[in-house]
Design a protein around this ligand. Structure first.
Ligand SMILES: *Cc1c(COP(=O)(O)O)cnc(C)c1O
Length: 448
């Protein structure tokens, strides 16, 4: 095994020479650690140096049932001996058929047609292109603009960036994108004196309606992250916003695209976040957790009505989009094993209990005067550090200190959050809560 041949430091050095790491100013690694991993087990990641880290962010929100999960491992080993990959144009295979059918059933067959890609941003590109192309096929050539929410995040390819509102990702590439209309976010932290989360949602809906009125004939779709805008600091909002947005989209003949790449697969408590608003979107994008965090897989589900608008003798009315690994059998098989676990182990029911335990374990956050906006949706728990308690470089300092307490947590600005794998045990939860509390004392005191 190659991993024995080098020390942890040697792996880090070699990586920094040859690997360009994502979402990273590489020069920062002069001061902040790059961690060389050797293996994972359950909620733990193990370093080459023998240290361990509780993966409280599910490795960028992808892992659901722990690293080296026995059920998913077994399914993948079985699939390896049957079919590792084949093109999906002109061919099909059992894993992609079964996955599409089971996903359709999970939407009560409202979204019965599934298109596949590999990463989340590609799924967003697909949903945007499909929406635009649907309207063109139906004779509405002018519907080629999109609406997104303030502080939205939908990925970092150029099309996805156009509907993303995160300055640090977007500003450098602004000249390359066709910026969408940005409407108010229903982020419940926007509540002013006495306003409820549903009041905030109402105000945000009024802003959405204004934009729809102004640009009605030109808008193809509204895209949003249901219930939680994750990438911009776990901004949580009331489900009534989704119900209202669905009504407005119907009224103004605009598609609703639900980006459930982060919030899908049970993160907010229900399998799909939109279920909490009793609505279905016209397009629903999934990725991240759907393969259990094992393999790149993304998909867009849509309605029969939209599918039928592409079904035609004329090839140009078809959806001519593809990726080399579309519908990869291994990734689909990992997804099927993931859905098996959800069913066989009654995961959503068990998570209701786990979510309460998380809330209880972090009760100390509600007592700390330096902390505000303690919030939770299902398996996502977050709180903010008040500006008065913060020093520059908080997020990086926290990350570094937390590692020394065997915890992997990456704050977003002043927001600390956990989005752990669903297999977190009581003792692991306690380790996590204590690790975060201790880290916070170190980081805030060191900077005071
Ligand atoms: C992660 C994410 C994406 C992008 O997915 P990638 O696989 O990173 O391209 C898009 N939307 C949301 C809400 C996400 O969290």
């Amino acid at each position: 095994m190659i991993k024995k041949a080098f020390t942890s430091n040697q792996w880090v050095e070699r990586s920094l020479k040859a690997v360009w790491h994502p979402c990273t100013q590489m020069k920062h690694h002069e001061q902040f650690p790059l961690v060389a991993l050797s293996h994972g087990q359950g909620v733990w990641l193990y370093g080459q140096d023998g240290n361990r880290y509780l993966d409280a962010v599910s490795s960028w929100w992808v892992n659901l049932f722990g690293h080296a999960n026995p059920t998913i491992n077994a399914a993948l080993k079985d699939q390896l001996d049957q079919l590792e990959h084949a093109m999906l144009a002109g061919f099909t295979h059992p894993p992609v058929v079964e996955l599409s059918e089971r996903l359709s059933a999970l939407t009560q067959h409202q979204l019965g047609h599934t298109f596949y890609a590999s990463d989340g941003a590609s799924a967003i590109e697909i949903a945007l292109k499909m929406s635009f192309h649907y309207w063109r096929n139906r004779g509405f050539e002018n519907k080629k603009e999109f609406i997104c929410l303030k502080n939205s995040y939908h990925g970092e390819t150029l099309g996805a960036l156009a509907v993303t509102d995160v300055a640090i990702f977007k500003d450098a590439y602004g000249p390359l994108t066709k910026q969408a209309h940005i409407v108010a976010s229903p982020d419940c932290r926007n509540a002013k004196n006495g306003e409820s989360a549903s009041d905030v949602a109402k105000l945000a809906l009024a802003d959405l309606e204004k934009t729809l009125q102004q640009h009605q004939g030109n808008i193809a779709a509204l895209i949003l992250e249901p219930l939680v805008q994750c990438a911009t600091g776990m901004a949580m909002y009331d489900a009534s916003y989704l119900t209202g947005a669905r009504e407005l989209c119907d009224q103004y003949q605009v598609h609703l695209i639900a980006d459930e790449i982060a919030v899908g697969c049970g993160r907010t408590g229900t399998f799909f976040a939109v279920e909490q608003a009793n609505i279905w979107p016209d397009f629903l994008a999934l990725s991240k957790g759907i393969s259990g965090g094992y393999l790149p897989l993304s998909l867009v589900m849509t309605t029969d009505e939209i599918y039928q608008s592409f079904y035609h003798d004329d090839i140009t009315k078809g959806f001519l989009h593809s990726h080399s690994y579309t519908g990869n059998p291994l990734a689909c098989r990992a997804a099927l094993a993931t859905l098996d676990i959800f069913e066989n182990e009654q995961v959503l029911k068990k998570n209701e209990v786990l979510a309460q335990k998380i809330s209880a374990a972090f009760d100390w956050t509600r007592q700390d005067a330096r902390i505000e906006h303690v919030r939770q949706k299902g398996m996502i728990f977050a709180f903010d550090i008040k500006a008065s308690a913060l020093k520059n470089g908080f997020a990086k300092a926290f990350f570094k200190e937390a590692l020394s307490h065997e915890v992997l947590v990456r704050p977003i600005g002043s927001t600390i959050y956990i989005m752990p794998p669903y297999v977190l045990s009581d003792s692991e939860l306690s380790h996590l809560s204590k690790g975060i509390q201790t880290t916070l004392e170190q980081v805030l005191i060191n900077h005071a």
